[in-house]
Design a protein around this ligand. Structure first.
Ligand SMILES: O=c1[nH]c(=O)n([C@H]2C[C@H](O)[C@@H](COP(=O)(O)O)O2)cc1CO
Ligand SMILES: [Zn+2]
Length: 154
């Protein structure tokens, strides 16, 4: 989960940085991702806005941004194998849930839900799909409350 948090730091989304880390059954890191625009699609040419002043959805980030979970799965550097676990800083949406299921992930471990008592259809659908597909879902209770990385000579 700490790697997922570190990865999230790389996101340029000014409102929300999400990170994900896919590991094998034995805990070997297979892929890491964060939310961002697709490769070759410049941040200078696409909007990071949540809302458009004119109501045009094309002036918001939503149609363009790749979710952290999808990036972690697509960045996998090993052939997919059984027993993969996905650590993610935020509970995945329904679109990510579909990809998580189809890629064979067997457990999702998340840190936080987007909102407490989220009744948003995307999250209800996500939970429903993950449960139907037999993907385990667990909220991580970390053993430490912070991790400090200090760049200095050891
Ligand atoms: O599952 C997800 N994974 C993920 O990476 N994200 C990203 C997309 C956006 O850049 C950001 C959500 O932005 P906002 O909270 O401002 O709506 O988080 C959003 C979701 C949806 O919860
Ligand atoms: Zn998603």
């Amino acid at each position: 989960m700490a790697i997922a948090f570190l990865s999230a730091e790389r996101s340029k989304d000014p409102n929300r940085q999400v990170g994900a880390c896919l590991v094998s059954e034995n805990g070997v890191i297979l892929g890491i991702g964060y939310n961002g625009f697709p490769r070759g699609c410049s941040d200078d040419k696409l909007p990071w806005a949540k809302k458009s002043k004119t109501g045009n959805p094309l002036e918001t980030k939503y149609p363009y941004v790749c979710h952290a979970e999808v990036n972690a799965i697509l960045n996998t550097n090993h052939a997919s194998a059984a027993g993969q676990r996905l650590y993610v800083t935020m509970f995945p949406c329904n679109e990510c849930a579909k990809i998580i299921i189809q890629s064979g992930v067997s457990e999702v471990i998340y840190f936080v839900e987007k909102r407490l008592n989220d009744t948003d259809a995307a999250y209800v659908a996500s939970r429903k799909l993950l449960s139907m597909a037999g993907v385990k879902v667990r909220k991580l209770q970390p053993q430490m409350d912070h991790l400090l990385i200090q760049f200095e000579d050891p």
